[in-house]
Each structure stands twice: as structure tokens, then as C-alpha cells.
Design a protein around this ligand. Sequence first.
Ligand code: NAD
Length: 497
Amino acid sequence: MSVQVHHFINGEFMAGDGQEQIAVTNPADNSVIAELNIATETEITQAINSAQQAYEHWRRVPVSERARLMLRYQHLLKQHHDELATILSQETGKTFEDARGDVWRGIEVVEHAANVASLMMGETLENVANGIDSYSIVQPLGVCLGITPFNFPAMIPLWMFPMAIACGNSFILKPSEQDPITPTRLAELFAEAGAPQGILQVLHGDRSVVERLIAEPKVKTVSFVGSVAVGQQVYRMATQQLKRAQVFAGAKNHCVVMPDANKTQVINQLVGAAVGAAGQRCMAISVAVFVGDSKGWIDELRAALSQVSPGLWDSPGAAFGPLISPAAKARVLRLIQAGKEAGATCLLDGADCSVAGYESGNWVGPTLFSDVTADMPIYREEIFGPVLCCMQVDTLEEAIALVNANPYGNGTSIFTASGAAAHQFQQQIDVGQVGINVPIPVPLPFFSFTGWKGSFYGDQHAYGKQAVRFYTETKTVTSRWFADDVVSSPNMTIALK
Ligand code: NAD
């Protein structure tokens, strides 16, 4: 049965009057499970005005009260963890455990946002000149905007609005139209936690809604997570409007395998990092770079990958789910074909894959290529599917040069038993998030999510201290009090000015 996805405008959930609809489908069989109406100009204006009004009040609410809202929200999210994961699985196809992880990584950011008081503390220095003290305070900016992708419909909205709101801003979220039910449920729980009316708005729709929101003068910041082409467009639009923007875009993440690494661990970790979530993670490992003799492990890797297969979100044997849409599947199949045509060796071919009873779903099986070279489309383009490309080099230096020449810089990892090799890799690699014997090094929220190069446009990254800098403005106060402005009363000293 199809349900209506609601906007959340000025504290009310509403279907909206939009005449243009978008269907939300179950990726396992492409049946329609929900529909949304694209937000109209009237609804967008209402949401913006309501967010601005809510901000005028919220910015004055003491920081401890803002922190308490996050504590209540964290508690509710934990209570609804399994329910959220079920909704998420149904609209993304992710396995239940993977969906629980998606929600959990978001809950951790809410926990971090509850520490906002210490995160927002400024600096103070006494007597910077004769009788003069200086201190800095950070203040919120106003209405902040977040545009999120399909692949983490809980975690990525939760990267954004809890930190922005804890800092004293209001927030408008435009979730992916491919899986909007989870983010809408997150907003319901936020309201239930006691969020003041209007402090969070959720508007559904597509490009038209994004462009209108970015052009809106009341919107002060733009946070975007999604594909490279759209991310570049959004960054250009936002900065042309002289707005503060942070854009998290596509990736091509390499795992460097040294011959002294623990083979069993390498193989186990590579399987999960490459095909988990059907490879639809911005930190998925899509390239394994075998250094020297470790190339001899590729056969065992093939055998391990051939043991895993996709399935339904609640099927105990499923290692991962379907791709999000027929278009996503078509892109992955095109790239698998391009890999074969370019001369890569296809050791495991998942192109012809299906799940009994769900033949119309967007299934692709684990796929493994070896002899991949840097000029091939399967290396140059982000595949975003359960496809792992193996490359072979002779030395660590060559591996580092290969990774550094890649235009993306989201994540990378090295597997080795050598501290010296790990240190060299950590120091010389031009990638923002580095794992040492950790395949997918996503930082916990006390740090920030720090992609580099073509994987990120902007200055301050998501969550951690950098999010506080992104969602606030620093004000520096220089203060002097004159001695003759002070009179003594019998009981106290009173400043006259
Ligand atoms: P997408 O770019 O298609 O969509 C992202 C958002 O932008 C959605 O809300 C969508 O409605 C909106 N949008 C789509 N086209 C638009 C346009 N022309 N103008 C304005 N807005 C538009 O991305 P996706 O397919 O949902 O997500 C997958 C991509 O996200 C992958 O490339 C992945 O690497 C990337 N991603 C990156 C990170 C990171 O941290 N770097 C994290 C997660 C996902």
C-alpha cells in the first residue's frame, strides 16, 4: 500500500498542494511504496519564513536548554532504533543490520550535539593592552539548509540538523526523493522530543526545490551531500550567492595491501568494505591496490566474494541489498561492460543477478576485476555498486603515487604489519580520512568527516568542532572599563556604564 510522505512546515506535517508527484519505490521489486508531492513555491516560502521566525527566538534560548533538547532526542532515537531501521531497510533495501548502523551513526552525532556548550566556548585573554581584555564568542547564523543523498537517509540528515540547531540556528532539510520516509520520521521524533515549532522544516522535492532554497536570501548556509556533478553545481550556485557552503561529493577509495599484512583479515575486510550496502557508501573500498607478492591473494579474494550474495533486507543470508533504482543498476552494468571492453579481467561477474520472487529488483552480484589500469572507465568513474577493482604495483611508493594521482580524496586505507609503512602512508597520502588496518575509516563525531580533493568543496567539514565553526560566526570583543566609572557603595562596587 502506498503512503503519502509529508512535508514538515511550521511545526505541521502536511501532504502539500504540489501537483507534481514523485513515487518512492521498494528497490527489491520496484513497487511503489509511497508518494510525495514536490513542495510548491507557497510551501517553500512558508517554510523559510517560519524557520526565520523560529530562529529569532531560538538563538536566545540558553545553550543548556538547547543541549537538553538533543539529550531528549538522542533518548527517543535510541528507543525507536529498530523501528527507524525497519523503515530505512524497506525504502533503501539495506539489510536490517546495515540500516541499524546507519541510524546508530546518526544517533552518535546527536550525542555529540548535546555537548554544544563546551563546543561553542570562545577564547579569552586578559590585558591585551593596558586595561583592555579581549574575548571571542560564537553566535548562530540564521536559517541553514541541508540537501541529502539517498545512501544514508538517517545518518546524513543527522550529521547536519542536530549540530546546526544545537548551535542556535534553524534548519531546512531537503532529503533525497528516493528515500524520504526515514528523514520524515526523524523530524517527527524531533518534534516529539520537544523541538520548538519551526526550528526544523522538511521540504520534499527535486532540483527545483534545491535551487529555490539556495537562491533564498534568508538561507545563510548550504550543506550538501551527493554526487560529484550535482555537488559542483550546488557549490557554484551557493558561492555565487556569496553563501557559506560545504559540499561532500563522490569518491574512489583505495585500499593498499602490503605483502606483510594479515591475509585473512585483508580478505574478510575487503569483502565487507567493497560490497556492503551494495557498494553504495561514499567510503566503500572500490579499488584494492596489491603491493608486490600480495597480488597472489586475489584468487582467495575471489573465492570469498563468491560466497556472498544480495537478498531481501530481512533475509538472514543476505550480505547486502539491491541498488537503489533501475537507473543505478543500469549505470553499474554499463561500467561492468566497459571494464570488460577495456581489457580488465573479470574474475567474478555479478551483472546477471536475480533474487527468487523479486526478479524485477535492482540486483547486482559481487563483481571483481583484476588487471585494472588508471585509464579505464571502471577506475576513472565512481561505480557506486558492489564492484571491486584490483590493481597491482611493486612498491608502497608506487601505491601512494597512484592514490595521490586520483582526483578524489574521501577515504583510503592500508593493511600492513609495518609501523614504518603505515607512518609513511599516513604522512604522504593526499586523502582526508586514512585507515591503518581499518578498511572504512569513518571518524566518530568528536572528530570531523574530512574528505579532500574532488570529494569535498568548502572549508569546514561535517560534525565535530568543524561543524560548530561552519554553523556559527565568531565575534571578537575588545573591552575596557575605566576606573572613574566605578563608585563604591557601602556593600558593593557598582559599574555605572
Ligand atoms: P545526487 O547528487 O543524485 O542527489 C543528492 C541530493 O541532491 C538529493 O537530495 C537530490 O534531490 C538533489 N539533486 C539531484 N539533482 C540535483 C540538481 N541537478 N540540482 C540540485 N539538487 C539536485 O546523489 P545521490 O545519488 O542521492 O547520492 C549518491 C552520491 O552521494 C554518490 O556519489 C556518493 O559518493 C555521494 N556521497 C558522498 C558522501 C561524502 O561524504 N562525500 C556521503 C554520501 C554520499
